[in-house]
Design a protein around this ligand. Structure first.
Ligand code: ATP
Length: 324
């Protein structure tokens, strides 16, 4: 069982997605990692053309949405990181408190686009490390779109929510695809959902310092089209982890290493461990090892905690998370 913290209500832990009262909706917001991320080119509109394989994780935030009779929006964020991992040197949560938060922006966008004149109290339990390449803000925004669609009885389809989500951020549509794995193209918003065997075990380390996505993209060298993702998917489907691990790829990693010594240290540390493969996620700074099973992930987590490289998490693709 995950370690429980006093600030997480029992309702959330026992039944996170159930409607507890008619006007309350709960949503879970999973983190993601990129098992493959190729930056193909820089586009004229300033975005980059990508091909990426994203998988969602058991590590997740939780959002409680209470519809309010007036038009007011309220947002509260709780630090629930003690539930998700062992923090070494974690700082206080540094997130926009109100209209700057992506949860708030999602609510505002939904109201602007549908004309609904409703308010809501949005309460977020934040476990996903910030500025980590785990798309914490994007998944929270997707959860807000899904949950408010239900709470305000808007009746929008997932495709309509994806279209709205893409206006707020390129990673958001993935979390509105309804599947834990997908190949994403374009600037990340063109989604091909995939059936992959679940339960891939991962150990993650988030150094104290996060990385800014725009900064890392500025340092990256696009690689053109590159084979690999189809082979990676085939290897994962066959359950051939060693072959899959040899296809892990992230164009952004050399760029991140050029601006963050933490990422270099993590690559070196993972290189001395027995994980099947290892890679930086997204634009960093979080780094993960792909493990044969949760037992191996836990063993490696113990060694990584001892190295004091950051907060360590053991999780798997779209299942539970364990404190390391
Ligand atoms: P991505 O991989 O999508 O680029 P990331 O995982 O690297 O994202 P996030 O944790 O999503 O980074 O944070 C990116 C920025 O978004 C931060 O500057 C943060 O202040 C802002 N932000 C706004 N709302 C949120 C939220 N609910 N959770 C996390 N970050 C948020």
């Amino acid at each position: 069982m995950p370690v429980l913290s006093k600030d997480v209500p029992q309702e959330e832990l026992s039944s996170p997605t159930a409607d507890r009262w008619s006007d309350v909706v709960w949503e879970t917001a999973p983190a993601k990692v990129n098992l493959f991320l190729n930056v193909e080119s820089r586009r004229a509109d300033g975005y980059h053309e990508l091909e990426t394989l994203m998988v969602s994780l058991g590590l997740r935030d939780t959002l409680r949405i209470q519809s309010l009779p007036g038009e007011e929006l309220e947002f509260v964020c709780h630090d629930a990181r003690g539930v998700a991992g062992l923090a070494t040197g974690a700082r206080p949560l540094d997130l926009p408190p109100g209209p700057g938060n992506l949860v708030w922006k999602a609510a505002q966008l939904l109201r602007d686009q549908t004309g609904v004149q409703r308010g809501a109290r949005l309460e977020l339990w934040k476990r996903i490390p910030v500025a980590a390449g785990l798309a914490g803000g994007s998944t929270d925004a997707a959860a807000a779109l899904r949950g408010l669609n239900r709470a305000w009885n808007l009746g929008l389809s997932l495709a309509e929510l994806r279209e709205l989500g893409a206006r707020l951020g390129s990673d958001i549509p993935f979390f509105l695809a309804g599947r834990p794995a997908a190949i994403c193209r374009g600037r990340g918003e063109l989604i091909t959902p995939l059936d992959l065997p679940l339960g891939l075990a991962l150990v993650l380390v988030k150094p104290t310092e996060g990385l800014s996505t725009p900064q890392v993209f500025r340092h990256c060298r696009p690689e053109g089209r590159r084979p690999g993702v189809a082979q990676l998917v085939a290897d994962l489907r066959r359950g051939c982890l060693a072959a899959a691990a040899s296809q892990l790829h992230n164009t952004l990693q050399p760029a991140a290493e050029s601006v963050s010594v933490d990422v270099v240290r993590l690559r070196e540390a993972f290189g001395k461990l027995s994980a099947a493969g290892h890679l930086m996620s997204g634009s960093g700074s979080c780094y993960f090892g792909l493990c044969r099973n949760l037992g191996e992930a836990r063993r490696l987590a113990g060694r990584l905690v001892a190295r004091r490289l950051g907060s360590v998490f053991v999780t798997s693709v779209a299942s539970g998370v364990r404190a390391a």
